[in-house]
Design a protein around this ligand. Sequence first.
Ligand SMILES: Nc1nc2c(c(=O)[nH]1)N[C@H]1C(S)=C(S)[C@@H](COP(=O)(O)OP(=O)(O)OC[C@H]3O[C@@H](n4cnc5c(=O)[nH]c(N)nc54)[C@H](O)[C@@H]3O)O[C@H]1N2
Ligand SMILES: Nc1nc2c(c(=O)[nH]1)N[C@H]1C(S)=C(S)[C@@H](COP(=O)(O)OP(=O)(O)OC[C@H]3O[C@@H](n4cnc5c(=O)[nH]c(N)nc54)[C@H](O)[C@@H]3O)O[C@H]1N2
Ligand SMILES: [Mo]
Length: 708
Amino acid sequence: MKVPVFCGKDCGGGACPLLAELVDGRVLGITHNPEAGRFITGCARGYGLARFHYARDRLRMPLIRTGERGSGSFREASWDEALSLVAERLASVRDRLGCESILSLASAGSLGALHNTASLTSRFLDCLGVRTSLQGSYSNGAVRFVLPYVLGQDWRQSSGFDPATMQHANMIILWGANILETRLGAEVPARLLEARRRGIPIVAIDPRRTETAERAATTWLPIRPGTDTALMLALLHVLIAEGLVDRGFVDQRAIGFGQLEAYVLGRDDGFARDPSWASAICGIEAPEIRALARSWAETKPAMLIPGYSIQRVEGGEETFRLTVALQLATGNFGLCGGSTGSPNNCLPVPRVGRIDPRARPGGPSVSVLRWPDAILEGRSGGYPSDIAAAYVAGSNYANQGGDVRKSLAAFARLEFAVCHEMFLTPTARLCDVVLPAASPLEKEDLGIPWHGNYLLYKAQAVAAEGQARSDYDIFAELSDRMGFGEAFSEGRTASEWVELFIAASEVPDPLEFKRSGIYLAPEQERVGLSEFRADPEGRPLRTPSGKVELASEAYARDTGGSPIPLWRGLRLDPRFPLSLVSPKLALATHSQGRDPAGAGPAAAQAISLNPGDARARGIAEGDLVRVYNDRGSSRVRALVRAEVMAGVASLPEGSWFVLDASLEDSSGSPNLLTSTEGGGASTSAVMHAVAVEVERCQGRAATEQGPG
Ligand SMILES: Nc1nc2c(c(=O)[nH]1)N[C@H]1C(S)=C(S)[C@@H](COP(=O)(O)OP(=O)(O)OC[C@H]3O[C@@H](n4cnc5c(=O)[nH]c(N)nc54)[C@H](O)[C@@H]3O)O[C@H]1N2
Ligand SMILES: Nc1nc2c(c(=O)[nH]1)N[C@H]1C(S)=C(S)[C@@H](COP(=O)(O)OP(=O)(O)OC[C@H]3O[C@@H](n4cnc5c(=O)[nH]c(N)nc54)[C@H](O)[C@@H]3O)O[C@H]1N2
Ligand SMILES: [Mo]
């Protein structure tokens, strides 16, 4: 028997059409769901879902901590005992210290209309009282902050493109977008490969020659991390200096191009941001910059697909102001087969019901990046609350946030922490109670894609392993015990909610939807802001001027920054001459399956260095090295790879940290080296272009040890 399923992870796909093959109540394998056609597909992670599901180290019983916090000593407990303890401790914290002393540390471990760990945790905590919440995002904090000023408040619903429009592109620029590995939509990789077969120019701008640069791109432009703003300004310089910009077109649709032009040409300070200036900063030769600008302006439509990587750097706000400027200046803004320069997944998905938080407006909130600081410093440090307890669900934030050592210190301050998890992650180990969460194959739900105009349905394929329960069921029972069961569940079971959400959706034939597992909305080639492009007066944007604000007085006023994007320079430190990037791995979703002692497909962690940089440090392939800066250090195996440009070190995110007594990590975790400071006005994560040094060392890496 085959049933439709999807993973529902924060993985770049969000909802990929899969089929689970079942024999005697066990999942034998996962394959593509042909009902979705040949473009909307899954990836190796989805096809390997069963391995995750049946993993030996999966949590199957509730756990209660017995040893020191973080020691990893737990005993198994019944649900009754574990939930009583959680209810009692949460109530105690709330009653003594106020509900705002409880912090939500939920993330997107599970995504879906119902089984959404972030929404369910918000809903539960909102029923409990006014707690402290997180705002912003590790993923895209800077772009979320800046694009409302540029494109208006509704940019996330208006400025994207449907993946099928990629077939009309005559050029594609992948700017820090490693599509074949990070996907950025379940349909985007196959559309990109199809564009490659059509033979159009595809340019990958990335410090690494990734799988995407290798297999999909026609040109790889290696760029020094964190310098995209300089390259973007130089491209504008060429476009302006060579008369390639249709000023009438731009000025009808944008304000501020003249200010940008004055800055780029150096009219005010006599200093041109031209290709030779940028070349010295970003490492791309001036003739290549000129050639890119010319072909971009001459080709219609040209589609710019930016990754989020370019804004997870210092000054990341500026990059996304300039992607929009470039698509306007080249005339590709709002064109079918072009794009607006905003992230690709910014159009509505089909109408469908979803579980809502029970919104309690006005509660204290902190920037997600700063959660450890908020715990450590509290009100006396300027944060809005004094935090005593944390509710963790669908996140591994002690591992995934900046500055692991600070995160550990923060957990040590908490009087209580509870976690829903499938695995005993570094964050779960820091909690007092760990509740075993159901896997994606154990839950019926509706899937909402990262990018695309479709919905998925999944059946509950198999019964829960051990005593695992869905997050919904856990919260529902806890709510009952705490006296607000009705407010949380409204008396509905999980499957009753799913029925309600289908009924509230635009899906015309629910039975057919459940059979096929997919609903494709009729319109598959939507082009964000095409109506504004065609009629800028009649269809104004929701910005103060009604136009694209390449110069924004509101931004300048709110941030104390410049109304136009500026190159602010790199913070260089001669002690740490290498620029670290910590990208996604094709075979892993963040930290999932990244236990260095486990057998996950992506467990082997390594840092990649350019041959010249390795040689200069006496490092050979396979050597154990120490990567460090003044925040921390981590030991890991080295790979010597020409695919990484000179001056750059690449250490994938996600590996579970393993600290020794001196708080040095031996698993190759990049987050010993990152911080919770944030890169600019948006206080958002800086995970790329982090200054480090690498040296050869003695000893063994955790990644070389066997299981256990
Ligand atoms: N396989 C996989 N895919 C995923 C995820 C996952 O966990 N695993 N997670 C998903 C999530 S939550 C998110 S937010 C997205 C994130 O998507 P991104 O942020 O776009 O992903 P990254 O892997 O960080 O970076 C993409 C590429 O940008 C390059 N890069 C790094 N720094 C720079 C820079 O300064 N300039 C330029 N031009 N390029 C740079 C990296 O080398 C990498 O190849 O990915 C999603 N996709
Ligand atoms: N150095 C560096 N750090 C980064 C990044 C980077 O580029 N570089 N990227 C950042 C980005 S873009 C992101 S989005 C964050 C992601 O950070 P997190 O959201 O913490 O990511 P995951 O490691 O995927 O953690 C999700 C957890 O949910 C668990 N889980 C899975 N399914 C379920 C379920 O149904 N219920 C429950 N309760 N739990 C479940 C998984 O086992 C896993 O431990 O990481 C950020 N950290
Ligand atoms: Mo993310």
